[in-house]
Design a protein around this ligand. Structure first.
Ligand SMILES: [Zn+2]
Ligand SMILES: [Zn+2]
Ligand SMILES: [Zn+2]
Length: 558
């Protein structure tokens, strides 16, 4: 059983220029509890791992800790990312409330200078002409360590490498492609109180050592994740961070435990409609199409004979809400379609300005794929870019193309969880998770059995899984709004949360929606209320809203 020496036989020989080092042995993600510190050791950027081995808890005195280069941590980069977020930032901080400054500033100005701006003039970092790090640029594993800028103080420490052990409280072994940490009784194994790590000397070294290689490794890893998503890019002209590596892009809802959704072939379709009715655009008769059973009634098309039915319908609405019996009355189709195939379908003015659910046709309809009642189900068509906002609002989203008022953008997806599961997750996380959670509560109070309540409705959690819309920021005066879109009128629990443009949006304009989904108010009223709220001490703990809109309400949540 070979002991790993202080000079770390696990670290490969410095790669020859241009060759990509293949790291055959890597630390398994499940073995890492946390990254504690970083350093430059023999010219390589290294990270101190606190192991999560079965022998002891992560807070145990004899927990194994060891230093590793990024190649060995390529499966654990999200841990490295979490560590980097705790470092003091020399650039404007992101909007997240990261735990700050575990590293004391040592010497004069040595702490902040090491994190370089990606696009500063003197930057020697590999960035494509578009400013986005591409996979091709990311030969970080093969880069000579000398490209990392070293100030005079750390150059001195390069000359005299720090004589610290590479492993504490154990030994490392190579096993089936993995690096494994083991306790050892060998007297040569140095024992340290792991609770004292990182020690003062490590913190001093860290304050001088840059984290450039890790930042590029993380950016490249996020770029690799994005490869699977069509028509979405990301860019960061503000700092060197990437969106969370703990996030996975998915293309549909991921149903959690205890969440039930009927299969698509069980949906009830409009059987009387045909593809070739009238103008050959599928469903065309608003009294006939069964998919519109619960759609909004079209008052403009009411005939004198409908009056009694309509009065009854209005009464039913008080009890049954969106499920009021509107049988026989004319309904409103959701979308208008241009004859020009280049022009996108847009949401009808009525739906755009109301919160009425939108019903699309489905697999079992006889109207066929050309039916005009199929928009959201065909998915996103517009190219989106996830970008770092310059004004401390974290990541945001813009569209590269012009969007017209009423145009569909994309849906909000994620894990669909029961209310209990959501609660359990919230207990485990100290983060402000509310911004990623979406209650599927549209039909509460409308279901005939009254089973659907705030406690029993499902919740969409976009924090760990989702699509690009998960990065859309809040605004109190938004240019997009979320609408309820259903293909299965009998399923009141799972439906699409679809974003549409509520105004014409020029290309490269940040997309926003109102997290509170409030109705629009007069600017003067909002301004007065904001002033009053700001003076009220009970609001001082609330999270301020930085949307910058004229109609900003001042706080993100109620
Ligand atoms: Zn149809
Ligand atoms: Zn139909
Ligand atoms: Zn239909």
């Amino acid at each position: 059983m070979p002991l790993v020496s202080a000079s770390s036989s696990l670290s490969p020989a410095p790669p020859t220029s241009g060759a990509r080092t293949i790291y055959k042995y890597r630390v398994r993600v499940s073995d890492v509890s946390k990254i504690l510190c970083h350093r430059h050791h023999n010219g390589t950027e290294e990270y101190l791992v606190r192991w999560n081995v079965a022998e002891g808890s992560a807070t145990n005195k004899r927990t194994i800790c060891s230093w590793h280069c990024l190649g060995e941590l390529s499966k654990c980069l999200h841990h490295v990312q979490e560590y980097l977020e705790t470092l003091p930032k020399s650039q404007p901080a992101a909007s997240r409330s990261a735990p700050f400054a575990t590293i004391p500033a040592v010497g004069s100005g040595s702490g902040s200078g090491s994190r370089k701006r990606k696009f500063s003039r003197d930057s020697d970092t590999p960035v494509s002409s578009s400013g986005v790090l591409t996979l091709r640029d990311s030969g970080y594993l093969s880069r000579e360590p000398s490209v990392i800028s070293i100030d005079s103080s750390s150059a001195a420490s390069e000359a005299a490498p720090i004589q610290t052990p590479t492993v504490y409280n154990g030994i490392l072994q190579r096993k089936e492609g993995s690096i494994v940490a083991k306790k050892s009784r060998d007297p040569a194994v140095q024992l340290t109180d792991a609770r004292t790590l990182p020690n003062q000397a490590m913190l001093s070294d860290a304050a001088r050592a840059s984290v450039t290689a890790a930042e590029y490794a993380i950016q490249a890893a996020f770029q690799a994740k994005l490869q699977s998503v069509k028509n979405v890019e990301w860019e960061n002209h503000v700092d060197n961070t990437a969106p969370s590596l703990n996030f996975t892009f998915v293309s549909d809802f991921v149903l959690g435990e205890g969440v039930y959704r009927p299969e698509a072939d069980a949906h009830v379709g409009c059987e009387t409609c045909r593809p070739n009715m009238g103008q050959n655009i599928g469903c065309e008769y608003p009294r006939l199409c069964a998919c519109l059973e619960y759609a909004a009634v079209d008052e403009n098309r009411l005939q004198p004979g409908d009056q009694a039915r309509y009065v009854q319908y209005q009464k039913d609405q008080e009890d049954d809400g969106y499920l009021a019996d509107s049988h026989g009355l004319p309904k409103r189709f959701p979308y208008q379609r241009s004859k020009d195939p280049q022009v996108p379908s847009t949401l009808m003015k009525f739906y755009l300005e109301s919160r009425y659910p939108i019903y699309e046709c489905n697999l079992n309809c006889n109207c066929g794929p050309i039916c005009k009642s199929r928009v959201v189900q065909k998915g996103r068509r517009v190219p989106l870019v996830i970008f770092k906002t310059a004004n401390e609002r974290g990541w945001g989203v813009y569209c590269k193309e012009q969007l017209v008022k009423g145009e569909f953008i994309d849906t909000y997806i994620g894990e669909v969880l029961t209310n209990e599961a959501t609660g359990r997750r919230e207990m485990l996380s100290a983060e402000d998770r509310a911004s990623y959670l979406y209650s599927l509560d549209k039909f509460i109070g409308d279901d005939p059995d009254n089973d659907l309540t705030n406690e029993t409705c499902y919740v969409v959690d976009g924090q760990y899984m989702g699509g690009p819309t998960r990065f859309i920021n809040h605004s109190c005066e938004p240019n997009c709004r979320q609408y309820t879109v259903s293909y299965n009128k009998h399923d009141l629990r799972i439906y699409d949360l679809a974003f549409f443009a509520v105004e014409d949006i020029p290309p490269r304009t940040e997309l926003t929606f109102d997290y509170m989904d409030k109705d629009e108010e007069e600017e003067e009223i909002v301004r007065k209320k904001r002033k009053k709220d700001a003076a009220d001490p009970k609001n001082h703990d609330k999270r301020p809203c930085n949307c910058g809109a004229r109609k900003c309400r001042g706080y993100l949540w109620e």
